[in-house]
Design a protein around this ligand. Structure first.
Ligand code: NAD
Length: 506
């Protein structure tokens, strides 16, 4: 394993503060109780003031007032706000990426990619602002027209996870805004500076195009702030991204008040490698999907289900590729694997590896802690051959562990693939088109790919998953419908009053 420990830097706090200010936000506080550190070396970046219940009440009231104005603005005109946001994101791409690296530990290329995803979804939303199409249906009654229209829904509450600190916000916010809704955002307590930067950019965009300032609010804090948001009946839609544990709490609470909920929860993504697979391509795809972002994507590849005839060779080649991965400071050029987010994440990884070994798993490579400065947790990505899909394999451990299972029969591979509680992303590597089609028809995930890894989705498709992943869909395709209210309209342009289904009354 080619590793290099990062250099401790006294300048990370300044870098965060400067990037934030370049985005138009005030310098961060250093006297609050919300301590923000960087996973790069544990340096404290800020001490922010978490928001209170009163702050939440004020923010939601202001957003509800802004809704009455914004919903009356024609959708294409709402699109102008998102177009301006896209311009500002483009201008501040490097600043936001710097904050993503500082707070979430992503390597620069992936951090820039995350900001590019924000720009892409803004472009999509601007186009959408002229395409919020409803259908017309033939009416069964003469002189009648039947149609559906889509209307703004209300205030959208966004709860987001640490690992996509800005992209998930933009998927929700760009679409919510063109749909006519204000947004109240509770970002991860681990990544509040990126949230303050986004808020500053959106407020500037609103000022530039004359949109209400109160269209967007950030509420900083932990789960308690999230729960207050979840319980507020003025929040029409709660879009929550994070662990299954969080979704189990949020889902029923929103349902109890008949609110609308969109859940984007954990994944435990698998790929099948068939005997006909192009192994060169497979190795490249697997290494990015399993080790990229230090295994901290919801779509990270965690289970590789390989035909017995190619398993030994594939494992050997993945292990060889892993040995060339540089682990270290995510700002350093050439580093491909940055830090884990916390000591807790490292502990979860260590325990999972221990359990896998107790279950008969054999560690082929990786899984060791790599020296880093200060309070940091760097690890080498682990590759573990498993005799069976045991309990630990069926759980999501948010760290770079790739379990390898073998199969003999294609039906067995599909059954293994689907036999986990989560249902986010899946892939098959094969050059047999029948096998590929059978996989696409059988995978129970929201995302099913052929000859490409499980991670790194484009914004054009609907993103989300089934089963414990929560069933929500965000970003492209017709995901916008979750952010709008549908009305069915029947218009009688005749001078008769025929009743539907031929009913006679009087
Ligand atoms: P987390 O569940 O710990 O936190 C996510 C967010 O939920 C944070 O803002 C947190 O403060 C908030 N939260 C936690 N408990 C809450 C509660 N009871 N009520 C309201 N809000 C609450 O997740 P994390 O560690 O930040 O992120 C990693 C997890 O997120 C992984 O499981 C990953 O798979 C998942 N994730 C899913 C997607 C997706 O699109 N499906 C995307 C990114 C991350």
């Amino acid at each position: 394993m080619n590793t290099r420990a990062p250099h401790p830097s006294a300048h990370l706090t300044d870098r965060a503060s400067q990037a934030l200010q370049r985005c138009g936000a005030p310098p961060p506080a250093h006297d609050g109780s919300l301590v923000v550190t960087t996973p790069i070396d544990g340096t404290e970046l800020a001490r922010l003031h978490p928001h209170t219940a009163t702050d939440l009440d004020i923010a939601v009231s202001a957003a509800a007032d802004a809704f009455t104005v914004w919903r009356a603005v024609p959708a294409p005109a709402r699109g102008r706000l998102v177009r301006r946001l896209s311009e500002l994101l483009t201008q501040h791409k490097a600043d936001l990426a710097e904050l993503v690296t500082l707070e979430a530990g992503k390597i620069t290329s992936e951090a820039l990619g995350e900001v590019q995803e924000m720009i892409d979804v803004c472009d999509f939303a601007v186009g959408l602002s002229r395409q919020l199409y409803g259908r017309t249906m033939p009416s069964e009654r003469a002189g009648h027209r039947l149609m559906e229209t889509w209307h703004p829904l209300g205030v959208v509450g966004v709860i987001s996870a640490f690992n996509f600190p800005v992209a998930v916000w933009s998927w929700n916010t760009a679409i919510a805004l063109v749909c006519g809704n204000p947004v109240v955002w509770k970002p991860s307590e681990t990544t509040p500076l990126t949230a303050l930067a986004c808020d500053a950019l959106l407020r500037r965009a609103a000022a530039d195009v004359g949109a209400p300032d109160a269209l967007h609010h950030v509420l900083l804090g932990d789960a308690a702030v999230g729960e207050a948001l979840v319980d507020d009946p003025r929040i029409a839609l709660v879009s929550a991204t994070g662990s299954v544990r969080m979704g189990r709490i949020v889902g029923p609470r929103v349902a109890a008040r008949f609110g609308r909920v969109l859940l984007e929860l954990g994944g435990n993504n698998g790929a099948i490698v068939a005997p006909s697979a192009d192994l060169d391509l497979t190795v490249r795809a697997v290494v990015f999907a399993a080790a990229g972002t230090a295994g901290q994507r919801c779509t990270t590849l965690r289970r590789l289900i390989v035909h017995r005839s190619v398993a030994d060779e594939l494992v050997r080649r993945i292990a060889a590729a892993y040995s060339g991965l540089r682990v270290g400071d995510p700002f350093d050029e050439g580093v491909l694997v940055g830090p884990l987010i916390s000591g807790r994440a490292h502990e979860a990884m260590r325990k999972a590896l221990e359990r896998a070994e107790l279950d008969g798993g054999v560690r082929v490579t990786g899984g060791e802690r790599v020296d880093g400065p200060g309070e940091s947790f760097y690890v080498s990505p682990a590759l573990v051959r498993m005799p069976a899909q045991t309990e630990v394999v069926r759980e999501e451990t948010f760290a770079p562990i790739l379990y390898v299972l073998t199969y003999d029969d294609f039906d067995e591979a599909i059954a293994l693939h689907n036999a986990v509680p989560q249902g986010l992303a899946s892939s098959i590597f094969t050059t047999d088109s029948r096998e590929a089609e059978r996989f696409l028809a059988s995978s129970d995930c929201g995302i099913a790919n052929v000859n490409i890894g499980t991670s790194g989705a484009e914004i054009g498709g609907a993103f989300g998953g089934e089963k414990e992943t929560g069933g929500g869909r965000e970003s492209g395709s017709d995901s916008w419908k979750a952010y709008m209210r549908r009305a069915t309209n029947t218009i009688n342009y005749s001078d008769e009053l025929p009743l539907a289904q031929g009913v006679e009354f009087g």
